[in-house]
Write a protein that binds this ligand. Sequence first.
Ligand SMILES: C[S@@+](CC[C@H](N)C(=O)[O-])C[C@H]1O[C@@H](n2cnc3c(N)ncnc32)[C@H](O)[C@@H]1O
Length: 219
Amino acid sequence: MPNPIWESFWSDTVNHEWWKRPAQEVLQFIDMQSVAQRPKVLDLGCGLGRHAIAFALAGFQVTATDVASTAIKHLDRWAAEVGVCVKTKICDILDDETSQPEYDIVLSYNVIYHGYREDFARAISYVHSLLKCGGVFFFTCPTRRDGKYGHGEQVAPHTFLCTKSMTPGDIHYFADEQDFEQLLEGFRTVSRHIYEGYWDNNGTQQRYSNWTVITEKTE
Ligand SMILES: C[S@@+](CC[C@H](N)C(=O)[O-])C[C@H]1O[C@@H](n2cnc3c(N)ncnc32)[C@H](O)[C@@H]1O
C-alpha cells in the first residue's frame, strides 16, 4: 500500500544530500563482515539506498526493499550509475512473499519503530524468519531520551503521533531494554549502543538518542 508521507519526503530532493551519506556505524559494521562468510544482505526500508550501495560496493549480494517507490527508483538509478547490482522491491517491511531464511545479514536503519510496539515486535520476528542461523540483524531505533519522545499525540504507551519528526504525522514507538529482552527471542545480542547528539530540524537544534543494536540469530 503506498505511503504518502514517505513518497512526499523522498520526492523533495532537498532531503537527499544527508540521506545519501552512509552512517559511520554501518560502514564500520560492513568493514567487520566477510563476504565469504555472510554474502547475502537485505536492507529493509532502504530509503534512497545509501547502505545498500555501500554493501554492494564492498562485494555483498544485496536486496533492498522500501514502501516508497520514489526511493526505490532513486536506488535503481544510483546502482546503475555506480555500476553495482542491487535487487530492489517496493513493498512493506513485512513482505508476505519473502519469508525464507535466506539472508546472512539484515540491516534496518531507522525503520522498524515506525508504528506501534506490535509492529516493532512483528518486524523483529519477521527478520528472524528471514535470517539464516548465525545471521546478523543490525537495527536502529530511538530511545526514550530522544527529542521526539513525548511530543505529539500519545496513541499508546511510549508511542506518539509525532509532530517533531522529519515526517510529521507518522507514528513512532520508543523502545527500552526491557523490549529488547522480551522481543529478541532467538537472538544473541552482539552489541547495543546509544548514540546521542543534536540535529538540525528545520532550523531548530533537536536532540537525537538512538539505539544501535547488533544481534545474531541463534536458533
Ligand atoms: C528514516 S528512513 C531510513 C531509510 C534508510 N534505512 C536509511 O538509513 O537511509 C525510513 C524508511 O523506511 C521506510 N518505511 C517506513 N515504514 C515502512 C514499511 N512499513 N515498510 C517498508 N518501508 C517502510 C520509509 O519509506 C523510509 O524510506
